[in-house]
Design a protein around this ligand. Sequence first.
Ligand code: B12
Length: 281
Amino acid sequence: MTDGELTLQETANLLGVHYMTVYRYVRLGLLPATKMGGNWCVHQSDVDQFRNSEPERVAGERGGGRRAPWSDRLESRLLAGDGRGAWGVVEAALAAGVEPEDVYLTVLSPALRSIGMRWAAGEIDVSVEHRASGIAMRLIGRLGPRFVRRGRTRGAVVLGAPAGERHALPVAILADLVRLQGWDVSDLGGDVPDTSFVHAVLTTPDVVAVGISVTSVENLVAAAGAASALRESASGVLVVIGGAAVRDEAHGLELGASAVAADGRGFTALLDGLRITTHSP
Ligand code: B12
Protein backbone atom coordinates (compact mmCIF):
# COMPACT_ATOMS: atom_id res chain seq x y z
CA MET A 1 0.00 0.00 0.00
CA THR A 2 1.24 3.49 -0.78
CA ASP A 3 0.89 6.50 1.50
CA GLY A 4 -2.72 7.40 2.21
CA GLU A 5 -3.98 4.07 0.82
CA LEU A 6 -5.94 1.77 3.12
CA THR A 7 -6.91 -1.89 2.94
CA LEU A 8 -10.60 -2.79 3.20
CA GLN A 9 -10.02 -3.99 6.77
CA GLU A 10 -8.33 -0.71 7.76
CA THR A 11 -11.20 1.20 6.15
CA ALA A 12 -13.71 -0.96 8.04
CA ASN A 13 -11.90 -0.20 11.30
CA LEU A 14 -11.96 3.53 10.59
CA LEU A 15 -15.66 3.51 9.70
CA GLY A 16 -16.53 1.17 12.58
CA VAL A 17 -18.29 -1.32 10.30
CA HIS A 18 -17.73 -4.92 9.26
CA TYR A 19 -15.21 -5.69 6.50
CA MET A 20 -18.04 -7.08 4.32
CA THR A 21 -19.97 -3.82 4.66
CA VAL A 22 -17.02 -1.90 3.25
CA TYR A 23 -16.71 -4.45 0.48
CA ARG A 24 -20.40 -3.88 -0.38
CA TYR A 25 -19.88 -0.08 -0.37
CA VAL A 26 -17.06 -0.59 -2.87
CA ARG A 27 -18.96 -3.00 -5.13
CA LEU A 28 -21.98 -0.69 -5.21
CA GLY A 29 -19.77 2.22 -6.16
CA LEU A 30 -20.52 4.09 -2.95
CA LEU A 31 -16.87 4.20 -1.95
CA PRO A 32 -14.18 4.68 -4.63
CA ALA A 33 -11.51 1.96 -4.57
CA THR A 34 -8.90 0.57 -6.90
CA LYS A 35 -7.45 -2.90 -7.19
CA MET A 36 -3.74 -3.29 -6.49
CA GLY A 37 -2.10 -6.68 -6.78
CA GLY A 38 -5.47 -8.40 -6.39
CA ASN A 39 -6.54 -6.38 -3.32
CA TRP A 40 -8.87 -3.43 -3.09
CA CYS A 41 -7.40 -0.28 -1.66
CA VAL A 42 -9.20 2.86 -0.61
CA HIS A 43 -7.73 6.34 -0.41
CA GLN A 44 -7.89 8.07 2.97
CA SER A 45 -9.42 11.21 1.40
CA ASP A 46 -12.26 9.10 -0.06
CA VAL A 47 -12.93 7.61 3.37
CA ASP A 48 -13.13 11.16 4.80
CA GLN A 49 -15.50 12.25 2.04
CA PHE A 50 -17.59 9.11 2.53
CA ARG A 51 -17.91 9.84 6.25
CA ASN A 52 -19.03 13.42 5.56
CA SER A 53 -21.67 12.26 3.08
CA GLU A 54 -23.08 9.64 5.46
CA PRO A 55 -26.41 11.31 6.38
CA GLU A 56 -27.22 11.85 2.70
CA ARG A 57 -26.13 8.33 1.76
CA VAL A 58 -28.14 6.67 4.51
CA ALA A 59 -31.22 8.70 3.53
CA GLY A 60 -30.69 7.68 -0.10
CA GLU A 61 -30.39 4.00 0.83
CA ARG A 62 -33.60 4.15 2.82
CA GLY A 63 -35.43 5.71 -0.08
CA GLY A 64 -35.77 9.12 1.55
CA GLY A 65 -33.79 12.34 1.23
CA ARG A 66 -31.90 13.22 -1.93
CA ARG A 67 -31.79 10.68 -4.77
CA ALA A 68 -28.87 8.30 -4.63
CA PRO A 69 -26.29 9.24 -7.28
CA TRP A 70 -26.57 6.05 -9.31
CA SER A 71 -24.75 7.58 -12.22
CA ASP A 72 -21.71 8.57 -10.13
CA ARG A 73 -21.60 5.13 -8.58
CA LEU A 74 -21.76 3.46 -11.95
CA GLU A 75 -19.08 5.77 -13.33
CA SER A 76 -16.77 4.86 -10.47
CA ARG A 77 -17.21 1.12 -11.20
CA LEU A 78 -16.73 1.65 -14.94
CA LEU A 79 -13.55 3.63 -14.34
CA ALA A 80 -12.23 0.92 -12.00
CA GLY A 81 -12.90 -1.73 -14.67
CA ASP A 82 -15.16 -3.52 -12.18
CA GLY A 83 -17.79 -5.28 -14.30
CA ARG A 84 -19.41 -7.11 -11.41
CA GLY A 85 -19.65 -3.98 -9.33
CA ALA A 86 -21.09 -2.06 -12.30
CA TRP A 87 -23.84 -4.66 -12.66
CA GLY A 88 -24.35 -4.44 -8.88
CA VAL A 89 -25.05 -0.70 -9.22
CA VAL A 90 -27.52 -1.34 -12.07
CA GLU A 91 -29.27 -4.06 -10.06
CA ALA A 92 -29.44 -1.81 -7.00
CA ALA A 93 -30.93 1.01 -9.10
CA LEU A 94 -33.54 -1.36 -10.59
CA ALA A 95 -34.35 -2.71 -7.13
CA ALA A 96 -34.83 0.89 -5.93
CA GLY A 97 -37.46 1.36 -8.66
CA VAL A 98 -35.47 3.01 -11.44
CA GLU A 99 -37.09 1.96 -14.75
CA PRO A 100 -34.79 0.14 -17.23
CA GLU A 101 -35.29 3.01 -19.70
CA ASP A 102 -34.06 5.46 -17.05
CA VAL A 103 -31.10 3.22 -16.26
CA TYR A 104 -30.01 3.98 -19.83
CA LEU A 105 -30.97 7.64 -19.93
CA THR A 106 -30.21 8.87 -16.41
CA VAL A 107 -27.62 6.40 -15.10
CA LEU A 108 -25.53 4.86 -17.91
CA SER A 109 -25.56 7.70 -20.47
CA PRO A 110 -24.43 10.44 -18.02
CA ALA A 111 -21.72 8.09 -16.67
CA LEU A 112 -20.43 7.54 -20.23
CA ARG A 113 -20.53 11.24 -21.05
CA SER A 114 -18.57 12.04 -17.91
CA ILE A 115 -15.99 9.39 -18.82
CA GLY A 116 -15.71 11.03 -22.26
CA MET A 117 -15.07 14.40 -20.61
CA ARG A 118 -12.40 12.89 -18.35
CA TRP A 119 -10.70 11.41 -21.41
CA ALA A 120 -10.89 14.72 -23.30
CA ALA A 121 -9.42 16.53 -20.26
CA GLY A 122 -6.50 14.07 -20.18
CA GLU A 123 -7.55 12.72 -16.77
CA ILE A 124 -7.81 9.11 -17.91
CA ASP A 125 -6.01 7.01 -20.48
CA VAL A 126 -7.97 5.88 -23.54
CA SER A 127 -7.51 2.27 -22.37
CA VAL A 128 -9.69 3.07 -19.35
CA GLU A 129 -12.37 4.42 -21.70
CA HIS A 130 -12.15 1.30 -23.86
CA ARG A 131 -12.45 -0.94 -20.80
CA ALA A 132 -15.43 1.06 -19.53
CA SER A 133 -17.06 0.79 -22.98
CA GLY A 134 -16.66 -2.99 -22.92
CA ILE A 135 -18.34 -3.20 -19.54
CA ALA A 136 -21.10 -0.83 -20.68
CA MET A 137 -21.80 -3.05 -23.69
CA ARG A 138 -22.09 -6.08 -21.39
CA LEU A 139 -24.48 -4.18 -19.11
CA ILE A 140 -26.63 -3.40 -22.15
CA GLY A 141 -26.53 -7.10 -23.07
CA ARG A 142 -27.85 -8.01 -19.62
CA LEU A 143 -30.49 -5.30 -19.61
CA GLY A 144 -31.69 -6.09 -23.16
CA PRO A 145 -34.29 -8.75 -22.27
CA ARG A 146 -36.14 -6.15 -20.16
CA PHE A 147 -36.89 -4.19 -23.33
CA VAL A 148 -38.73 -6.96 -25.14
CA ARG A 149 -42.44 -6.26 -25.50
CA ARG A 150 -44.87 -9.12 -25.89
CA GLY A 151 -47.44 -9.21 -28.65
CA ARG A 152 -47.38 -8.41 -32.34
CA THR A 153 -44.54 -6.25 -33.54
CA ARG A 154 -45.46 -2.95 -35.12
CA GLY A 155 -42.92 -3.26 -37.94
CA ALA A 156 -39.17 -3.35 -38.29
CA VAL A 157 -36.47 -0.72 -37.94
CA VAL A 158 -32.82 -1.00 -38.98
CA LEU A 159 -30.27 0.92 -36.90
CA GLY A 160 -26.56 1.39 -37.31
CA ALA A 161 -23.65 3.82 -37.42
CA PRO A 162 -22.04 4.71 -40.78
CA ALA A 163 -18.64 3.64 -42.10
CA GLY A 164 -15.86 4.79 -39.77
CA GLU A 165 -18.20 5.56 -36.86
CA ARG A 166 -17.16 3.24 -34.05
CA HIS A 167 -19.58 4.53 -31.43
CA ALA A 168 -21.87 1.50 -31.29
CA LEU A 169 -23.05 2.01 -27.69
CA PRO A 170 -25.54 4.77 -28.59
CA VAL A 171 -26.95 2.46 -31.29
CA ALA A 172 -27.36 -0.41 -28.81
CA ILE A 173 -29.10 1.86 -26.28
CA LEU A 174 -31.35 3.39 -28.91
CA ALA A 175 -32.21 -0.10 -30.22
CA ASP A 176 -33.57 -1.16 -26.82
CA LEU A 177 -35.52 2.08 -26.36
CA VAL A 178 -37.19 1.55 -29.75
CA ARG A 179 -37.83 -2.17 -29.01
CA LEU A 180 -39.61 -1.15 -25.84
CA GLN A 181 -42.21 0.62 -27.98
CA GLY A 182 -43.01 -2.63 -29.82
CA TRP A 183 -40.76 -2.31 -32.88
CA ASP A 184 -38.61 -5.11 -34.14
CA VAL A 185 -35.08 -3.69 -34.29
CA SER A 186 -32.18 -4.91 -36.33
CA ASP A 187 -29.05 -3.41 -34.72
CA LEU A 188 -26.13 -3.38 -37.17
CA GLY A 189 -23.76 -1.73 -34.66
CA GLY A 190 -20.92 0.60 -35.65
CA ASP A 191 -18.88 1.11 -38.83
CA VAL A 192 -21.53 -0.11 -41.29
CA PRO A 193 -20.58 0.30 -44.98
CA ASP A 194 -23.28 1.95 -47.14
CA THR A 195 -23.79 -1.24 -49.16
CA SER A 196 -24.45 -3.23 -45.96
CA PHE A 197 -26.94 -0.64 -44.72
CA VAL A 198 -28.77 -0.91 -48.03
CA HIS A 199 -28.63 -4.72 -48.04
CA ALA A 200 -30.01 -4.90 -44.48
CA VAL A 201 -32.88 -2.56 -45.30
CA LEU A 202 -33.78 -4.37 -48.53
CA THR A 203 -33.79 -7.78 -46.82
CA THR A 204 -35.58 -6.91 -43.57
CA PRO A 205 -39.28 -7.84 -43.72
CA ASP A 206 -41.78 -5.09 -42.77
CA VAL A 207 -39.06 -2.46 -42.51
CA VAL A 208 -40.47 1.04 -42.12
CA ALA A 209 -37.43 3.09 -41.15
CA VAL A 210 -33.67 3.14 -40.92
CA GLY A 211 -31.81 5.11 -38.26
CA ILE A 212 -28.27 6.36 -38.88
CA SER A 213 -26.41 7.17 -35.68
CA VAL A 214 -23.52 9.62 -35.79
CA THR A 215 -21.62 10.54 -32.65
CA SER A 216 -18.28 11.97 -33.86
CA VAL A 217 -18.36 15.08 -36.00
CA GLU A 218 -15.62 13.52 -38.12
CA ASN A 219 -18.21 10.98 -39.33
CA LEU A 220 -20.87 13.42 -40.50
CA VAL A 221 -19.79 13.06 -44.14
CA ALA A 222 -20.10 9.26 -43.84
CA ALA A 223 -23.59 9.68 -42.35
CA ALA A 224 -24.60 11.84 -45.30
CA GLY A 225 -23.21 9.19 -47.66
CA ALA A 226 -25.22 6.44 -45.97
CA ALA A 227 -28.38 8.57 -46.09
CA SER A 228 -27.91 9.24 -49.79
CA ALA A 229 -27.31 5.53 -50.60
CA LEU A 230 -30.38 4.52 -48.60
CA ARG A 231 -32.66 7.14 -50.09
CA GLU A 232 -31.60 6.10 -53.54
CA SER A 233 -31.96 2.33 -53.10
CA ALA A 234 -34.71 1.98 -50.52
CA SER A 235 -37.29 4.59 -51.38
CA GLY A 236 -40.38 4.36 -49.20
CA VAL A 237 -38.29 3.71 -46.09
CA LEU A 238 -37.94 6.64 -43.70
CA VAL A 239 -34.28 7.61 -43.33
CA VAL A 240 -33.67 9.15 -39.90
CA ILE A 241 -30.35 10.63 -38.78
CA GLY A 242 -29.61 11.27 -35.11
CA GLY A 243 -26.86 11.18 -32.53
CA ALA A 244 -24.63 13.56 -30.62
CA ALA A 245 -22.95 14.97 -33.76
CA VAL A 246 -26.25 16.21 -35.22
CA ARG A 247 -26.79 19.78 -34.02
CA ASP A 248 -30.49 20.15 -34.75
CA GLU A 249 -33.24 19.24 -37.19
CA ALA A 250 -32.01 21.58 -39.93
CA HIS A 251 -28.54 20.02 -39.70
CA GLY A 252 -29.95 16.48 -39.98
CA LEU A 253 -32.05 17.41 -43.01
CA GLU A 254 -29.00 19.05 -44.58
CA LEU A 255 -27.18 15.71 -44.19
CA GLY A 256 -29.89 14.07 -46.30
CA ALA A 257 -32.23 12.61 -43.68
CA SER A 258 -35.93 12.45 -44.45
CA ALA A 259 -36.54 13.09 -40.74
CA VAL A 260 -34.53 13.85 -37.62
CA ALA A 261 -35.02 12.88 -33.98
CA ALA A 262 -32.99 13.64 -30.88
CA ASP A 263 -33.48 10.41 -28.96
CA GLY A 264 -35.39 7.15 -28.65
CA ARG A 265 -38.66 8.83 -27.73
CA GLY A 266 -38.37 11.27 -30.63
CA PHE A 267 -37.62 8.38 -32.94
CA THR A 268 -40.62 6.31 -31.86
CA ALA A 269 -42.83 9.41 -32.09
CA LEU A 270 -41.74 9.70 -35.75
CA LEU A 271 -42.52 6.02 -36.30
CA ASP A 272 -45.95 6.41 -34.70
CA GLY A 273 -46.68 9.32 -37.04
CA LEU A 274 -45.55 7.23 -39.96
CA ARG A 275 -47.91 4.39 -39.06
CA ILE A 276 -50.79 6.86 -38.78
CA THR A 277 -49.94 8.31 -42.20
CA THR A 278 -49.59 4.84 -43.74
CA HIS A 279 -52.93 3.60 -42.46
CA SER A 280 -55.01 6.74 -42.89
CA PRO A 281 -57.46 6.62 -45.82
C1 B12 B 1 -17.56 5.12 -25.37
C2 B12 B 1 -16.88 6.16 -26.25
C3 B12 B 1 -15.98 5.70 -27.20
C4 B12 B 1 -15.72 4.22 -27.44
C5 B12 B 1 -16.85 3.66 -28.31
C6 B12 B 1 -17.16 2.23 -27.95
C7 B12 B 1 -18.48 1.78 -28.51
N1 B12 B 1 -18.53 0.50 -28.74
O1 B12 B 1 -19.42 2.53 -28.69
C8 B12 B 1 -14.33 4.28 -28.15
C9 B12 B 1 -13.26 4.19 -27.08
C10 B12 B 1 -14.08 3.21 -29.22
C11 B12 B 1 -14.34 5.69 -28.71
C12 B12 B 1 -13.56 6.08 -29.75
C13 B12 B 1 -13.46 7.38 -30.17
N2 B12 B 1 -14.06 8.46 -29.63
CO1 B12 B 1 -15.41 8.34 -28.26
N3 B12 B 1 -16.57 8.43 -26.81
C14 B12 B 1 -17.15 7.53 -26.09
C15 B12 B 1 -18.03 8.18 -25.01
C16 B12 B 1 -17.27 8.15 -23.70
C17 B12 B 1 -19.40 7.57 -24.79
C18 B12 B 1 -20.28 7.44 -26.04
C19 B12 B 1 -21.62 6.92 -25.62
O2 B12 B 1 -21.86 5.71 -25.70
N4 B12 B 1 -22.48 7.82 -25.09
C20 B12 B 1 -23.78 7.46 -24.50
C21 B12 B 1 -24.89 7.57 -25.51
C22 B12 B 1 -26.18 7.09 -24.95
O3 B12 B 1 -24.88 8.79 -26.10
P1 B12 B 1 -25.91 9.70 -26.83
O4 B12 B 1 -25.19 10.37 -27.93
O5 B12 B 1 -26.54 10.56 -25.81
O6 B12 B 1 -27.05 8.77 -27.52
C23 B12 B 1 -28.39 9.13 -27.49
C24 B12 B 1 -28.76 10.21 -28.53
O7 B12 B 1 -27.66 10.83 -29.15
C25 B12 B 1 -29.66 9.50 -29.47
N5 B12 B 1 -29.12 8.90 -30.70
C26 B12 B 1 -27.94 8.32 -30.93
N6 B12 B 1 -27.90 7.86 -32.17
C27 B12 B 1 -29.09 8.09 -32.75
C28 B12 B 1 -29.58 7.78 -34.00
C29 B12 B 1 -30.90 8.14 -34.33
C30 B12 B 1 -31.44 7.78 -35.67
C31 B12 B 1 -31.69 8.84 -33.39
C32 B12 B 1 -33.07 9.22 -33.72
C33 B12 B 1 -31.18 9.16 -32.13
C34 B12 B 1 -29.89 8.78 -31.81
O8 B12 B 1 -30.23 8.44 -28.72
C35 B12 B 1 -29.23 7.93 -27.82
C36 B12 B 1 -29.92 7.31 -26.63
O9 B12 B 1 -30.60 8.26 -25.87
C37 B12 B 1 -18.20 9.62 -25.60
C38 B12 B 1 -18.55 10.69 -24.59
C39 B12 B 1 -19.96 11.24 -24.85
N7 B12 B 1 -20.13 12.52 -24.60
O10 B12 B 1 -20.86 10.56 -25.27
C40 B12 B 1 -16.89 9.80 -26.38
C41 B12 B 1 -16.87 10.73 -27.60
C42 B12 B 1 -18.16 10.57 -28.37
N8 B12 B 1 -15.74 10.20 -28.37
C43 B12 B 1 -15.09 11.13 -28.97
C44 B12 B 1 -13.96 10.91 -29.80
C45 B12 B 1 -13.23 12.15 -30.27
C46 B12 B 1 -13.54 9.61 -30.14
C47 B12 B 1 -12.36 9.26 -31.05
C48 B12 B 1 -12.36 10.06 -32.36
C49 B12 B 1 -11.08 9.45 -30.25
C50 B12 B 1 -9.79 9.09 -30.96
N9 B12 B 1 -9.14 10.11 -31.44
O11 B12 B 1 -9.46 7.95 -31.03
C51 B12 B 1 -12.51 7.75 -31.27
C52 B12 B 1 -12.89 7.23 -32.63
C53 B12 B 1 -14.32 7.30 -32.97
C54 B12 B 1 -14.75 6.83 -34.32
N10 B12 B 1 -13.94 6.76 -35.38
O12 B12 B 1 -15.91 6.54 -34.41
C55 B12 B 1 -15.66 12.50 -28.67
C56 B12 B 1 -16.45 13.05 -29.88
C57 B12 B 1 -16.16 14.52 -30.11
C58 B12 B 1 -16.94 15.02 -31.27
N11 B12 B 1 -17.79 15.98 -30.97
O13 B12 B 1 -16.82 14.59 -32.36
C59 B12 B 1 -16.48 12.24 -27.38
C60 B12 B 1 -17.69 13.17 -27.19
C61 B12 B 1 -15.52 12.37 -26.18
C62 B12 B 1 -15.18 13.81 -25.88
N12 B12 B 1 -15.70 14.35 -24.79
O14 B12 B 1 -14.44 14.45 -26.58
N13 B12 B 1 -15.20 6.46 -28.02
